[in-house]
Design a protein around this ligand. Structure first.
Ligand SMILES: Nc1ncnc2c1ncn2[C@@H]1O[C@H](COP(=O)(O)OP(=O)(O)OP(=O)(O)O)[C@@H](O)[C@H]1O
Length: 470
């Protein structure tokens, strides 16, 4: 989003701008806040932006959350909106009305449906039209771009959607943030419902499951809880790493899991790590998670990022020239959510200034983003981050020591230095204790090659890249 521009106040561009402003704010918070905080407090928020963007009303599920969001986040949100928009924006908080005005309510695209559905299964009135499945109908196989990074996961998901309860049960999908795990899961649900209308499908975030367990506990409604979960045909449960340390939840999930598998209902789960990498989750559950098919979603490669940009632009009614898409995809590398954020900024900037989308325009629209990237990534920074990650001393990055426990992280750091900075091989060699450029080249080729083969290494590199990009 740009600053200091003029704008008309009441036409539809005000609405669009409001939408992308709120989305940019959410994207920014996703970058700044620890993931769990973001997912708990910010992701479920919906906002209504006044046409002239002087006021944003943020909807929160209940009184408790309202107080919390007000105390912890409202100043920060107001500050961000002001920074993004270039003028002050009044921020107001309200409790989500029972029937939210869906049309004018903007939800971050990554979030659950527009109305916060915390009470969805408790209030009898909501049961009238059948239980809510919480699926977002926009997240389908059709809108998911396929590439090497998600091919396996997509094929498995497609199989589950067409023949649930058959193979790959449970299907466990893991990968870093913003890589399309949630999207894929919704796609399974949407496809199954399209094929079998009456199917009982539920998408739920692991934290919501925890909160359902707590409620059942408080209200002594475990029978209802069981009835609800154990009767599903397809359970889609997101981010199961959130079950960590929640014993009662794990027990209830274990029961649901067993009941569902016994009746050949399908379970699809996602997590930020592979099952054995989960911490503070009971072994018996972990081994259940791993008992069907476990697939990774990898960060998208360049061509896939380009395709995603072009597709998403088209879905928004704009054409993004291929050279611009390449420019953006080369500069925004970590995940799809960031790509979407970049795209929104470019579209808003182009509409606002009524200019064609070009590389120059993209450069201007993404000025902040690009400068943050350039500022943060230095070879020293990489050395420190990699040393921390593999628990070795930073000094070992320049030392002559050769044990594998040191040499390998050092090679990884060299690889990242080549990937993420503009430095030449000799310059990098110099910064690693005066090593020859052929040593650096060897490291770059070796790690780059292994990355294609070893999922675990690829995940580690992905984490490091995300950390370095801030
Ligand atoms: N291959 C793809 N094609 C099109 N859109 C994609 C693709 N992968 C991801 N997206 C989009 O990127 C955004 C982030 O994806 P999603 O929310 O599914 O990520 P996630 O892996 O579940 O991340 P998190 O763990 O942070 O929840 C979504 O808007 C999604 O639609």
């Amino acid at each position: 989003m740009t600053q200091g521009h003029s704008h008309s106040s009441s036409d539809s561009s005000g609405l669009e701008l409001g939408q992308s402003l709120w989305q940019s704010c959410v994207d920014q918070l996703a970058q700044e806040l620890p993931e769990q905080q973001f997912n708990t407090w910010i992701k479920p928020l919906t906002a209504q932006v006044q046409d002239d963007i002087s006021k944003v009303t943020i909807f929160v599920a209940n009184r408790f959350k309202l107080d919390w969001v007000r105390a912890q986040y409202s100043n920060r949100i107001a500050g961000l909106l002001e920074k993004l928009y270039g003028q002050s924006v009044q921020v107001e908080l309200a409790i989500t009305p029972r029937e939210a005005p869906v049309k004018s309510t903007f939800t971050p695209r990554t979030a659950e449906p527009a109305v916060v559905v915390e009470e969805a299964y408790v209030g009898e009135d909501r049961m009238a039209g059948g239980p809510k499945n919480r699926l977002n109908s926009l997240l389908t196989f059709e809108s998911l771009v396929e590439g090497t990074a998600n091919r396996m996961a997509r094929a498995a998901a497609m199989h589950v959607a067409t023949m649930p309860g058959h193979l790959y049960n449970p299907l466990f999908i893991y990968g870093g943030v913003g890589l399309g795990k949630t999207h894929l899961m919704h796609a399974v649900g949407n496809r199954l419902l399209a094929d079998k209308q009456g199917a009982k499908v539920l998408y739920i975030h692991a934290e919501q499951f925890v909160s359902d367990v707590v409620k059942a506990y408080q209200r002594k409604t475990f029978d209802e809880f069981k009835e609800r979960y154990h009767s599903l045909d397809l359970l889609l449960i997101d981010d199961v790493q959130f079950f960590a340390n929640k014993d009662r939840t794990q027990e209830e999930f274990f029961n649901a899991f067993e009941a569902l598998l016994a009746k050949k209902s399908h379970i699809v789960m996602t997590s930020d790590t592979y099952p054995k990498g989960l911490t503070d989750i009971h072994e018996r559950l972990v081994s259940r998670f791993d008992s069907g098919l476990t697939v990774a979603i990898e960060p998208p490669e360049l061509e896939m990022r380009v395709a995603i940009l072009i597709n998403k632009a088209r879905a928004e009614g704009s054409e993004m020239p291929e050279e611009v898409a390449f420019f953006v995809a080369k500069n925004v590398r970590s995940n799809v959510r960031e790509l979407e954020g970049a795209l929104r900024k470019i579209l808003a900037y182009s509409r606002f200034n009524q200019k064609e989308i070009s590389i120059q325009l993209a450069r201007e629209a993404l000025r902040d983003l690009l400068s943050i990237q350039n500022r943060q990534i230095s070879v020293e920074n990489i050395q420190k981050t990699v040393a921390d990650y593999y628990k070795i001393k930073v000094a070992d990055m320049y030392s002559k020591k050769r044990p594998a426990s040191i040499a390998r992280p050092r090679q990884i750091a060299m690889y990242l230095a080549k990937e993420l900075t503009q430095k030449s091989l000799p310059e990098i060699g110099e910064l690693f204790g005066g090593r020859d450029h052929t040593t650096v080249l060897h490291a770059v080729r070796k790690i780059g090659g292994e990355r294609q083969q070893l999922t675990e290494l690829n995940q580690q590199l992905h984490v490091l890249e995300q950390t370095l990009k801030g």
